[in-house]
Design a protein around this ligand. Sequence first.
Ligand code: 5SP
Ligand code: FE2
Length: 228
Amino acid sequence: MAYSAKIGPSILSSDLACLGRECMRMMGCGADYLHLDVMDGHFVPNLTFGHPMVECLRKSVGQDPFFDMHMMVSRPEQWVKPMAAAGANQYTFHIESTTNPGNLIKEIRESGMKVGLALKPGTTVEELAPWANQIDMALVMTVEPGFGGQKFMEDMMPKVSWLRSQFPSLDIEVDGGVGPDTIHKCAEAGANMIVSGSAVIGSDDPRSVISLLRTVVAEAIQKRSLDR
Ligand SMILES: O=C(CO)[C@@H](O)[C@H](O)COP(=O)(O)O
Ligand SMILES: [Fe+2]
């Protein structure tokens, strides 16, 4: 089994005026990677930051932290090269935002980044299937993209289970409303990359929350490997 449990705090719900420090705090608390939410006010009704901020953040935190860019933007093609130059490691775009996923996947790879492909709650998992062998990670959104702090949509779990059954070694990420109360559902369904915003950042003890999330997912991975 090629995949492992990884926890990526979403820094959307942190103090954005202290982003460099917040990112380092999360890495110090045991985060495996950082999930950076880019919103353009068009694909989603909210606005966050773009590649100039990512460039500053990379300078501030150094080369090590893995930046998973969650691109909630209408024209994802536009930001591939600027994000790669700014220091992004993975470019996760929404299948709903482009008419040519194949070309975009190629451009992202040529820019030296890993490829993530995201699905909004209303998009069927079959739409992702044709691309699954060309991507590094599938992102199943468990809230409508746009805001942190929303309620987890458990009815997205069949998408995760289906992807895990069809693509046993694919990295599968869940994002939205994931925390200690909902992690078991995600882990049982087969997710291995866990984005958690408010549950981690808002906690008095982020280290313990990250550790708990990772333990639950690692145990589910181990159980699956024994059941095979
Ligand atoms: O992409 C998004 C929201 O659109 C997420 O990354 C959220 O920011 C995660 O925050 P919580 O739901 O865990 O608070
Ligand atoms: Fe996200």
